[in-house]
Design a binder for this molecule. Structure first.
Ligand code: FES
Ligand SMILES: [Fe+2]
Length: 324
């Protein structure tokens, strides 16, 4: 499965501490912990001895100790000790399966398999990151009972605003979606340069409705970016959705907001985003099938050009996890 060669987010950097943290990526259980020096380690959450969950264990002197017979593993997966045999030097065969880890965008990223030679994979970048406002808030995790592609497509979908976000991001009197163009980045990721919508309450601080200009960009098969700016000159906000495909039919999401709003308190910004997503979640979880159909079975309208482009992009990328 090609997705195993990609980098995907699995946890907030801040939530990985000195105790083991269980996570799941592409259906595979993982355990994460932070070494005393600050680096984050990731192993398959399965002891090579008798298959116990390492995440039920404890971290001892920077090594992860299995809860069953106490074997200890370092961040490279090497077996550092077998307590039943104090004099024994464990060998390569006693090692646990370790995974590569990177820290970026406030999240921990893991790659399950090394890519084929000459085919290295990079984790998704945020275009013009240096131009984004420096105030960043990350919301989540949100555990959602649908596939990661369903969640990302919803983030890219504008024609639900007037229904799901009525009185907030959409107005029941104006459900129409103006014509828009979908273009592509040089590497084939779908983009809408400009999309205009009337929003009754576009941001946490908004007092009145406003015309809001959006820009959308797909960042990777399981992530996207939008930037929005009201005509009335309110704050400029950029949001990313980072989806972890935990299983074929479930995902864990984080949203990052980069905002020029320097005054609204963190909790108010957070409440706004939590409210918006609480409107999305029940509808998202009601969709059937939970995997995103790439080969027919759902009909598009002209208002769904970006969703259709996203599905074609997933197909071109060879994505098979979370789609059908
Ligand atoms: S199962 Fe882990 S030490 Fe035995
Ligand atoms: Fe929504």
């Amino acid at each position: 499965m090609k997705e195993r060669e990609g980098w995907w987010p699995v946890a907030l950097e801040a939530e990985v501490g000195l105790q083991p943290l269980a996570q799941s990526l592409l259906g595979e259980p993982l355990v994460l912990w932070r070494e005393p020096g600050g680096a984050v380690a990731a192993l398959a959450d399965r002891c090579p001895h008798r298959g116990a969950r390492l995440s039920l264990g404890t971290v001892v002197d920077g090594t992860l100790q299995c809860p069953y017979h106490g074997w200890r593993f370092d961040a490279q997966g090497r077996c550092a000790a077998i307590p039943a045999l104090p004099e024994f030097q464990p060998a390569v065969v006693h090692a646990a399966c370790r995974h590569e880890v990177q820290l970026a965008h406030g999240l921990v990223w893991v790659r399950l398999a090394a890519p084929a030679e000459g085919n290295d994979s990079a984790l998704p970048g945020i275009p013009r990151l240096d131009d984004l406002p420096s105030r960043r808030l990350i919301y989540g995790p949100f555990d959602v009972a649908t596939s990661a592609p369903r969640a990302v497509e919803n983030f890219l979908d504008t024609s639900h605003f007037a229904f799901v976000h009525r009185g907030w991001l959409g107005d029941a009197g104006h459900p129409e979606v103006p014509a828009y163009d979908v273009t592509e980045t040089l590497d084939g990721r779908p983009v809408i340069e400009r999309y205009k919508a009337w929003q009754p309450r576009a941001t946490a601080a908004a007092q009145d409705g406003d015309w809001v200009t959006y820009r959308y960009e797909v960042l990777s098969p399981y992530s996207a970016l939008l930037t929005k700016q009201g005509d009335a000159g309110g704050p400029q906000d950029s949001y990313t959705i980072w989806a972890c495909p935990t299983t074929e039919e479930s995902c864990r999401l984080w949203f990052a907001q980069y905002t020029t709003d320097e005054t609204t308190p963190d909790e108010v910004l957070r409440d706004f985003q939590v409210t918006i997503f609480s409107q999305d979640q029940p509808v998202l979880e009601s969709q059937s099938p939970k995997r995103l159909p790439l080969s027919g079975g759902e009909v598009h309208s002209a208002a769904d050009r970006l969703s259709a482009a996203y599905r074609r992009y997933l197909k071109r990328c060879g994505i098979t996890f979370g789609v059908c």
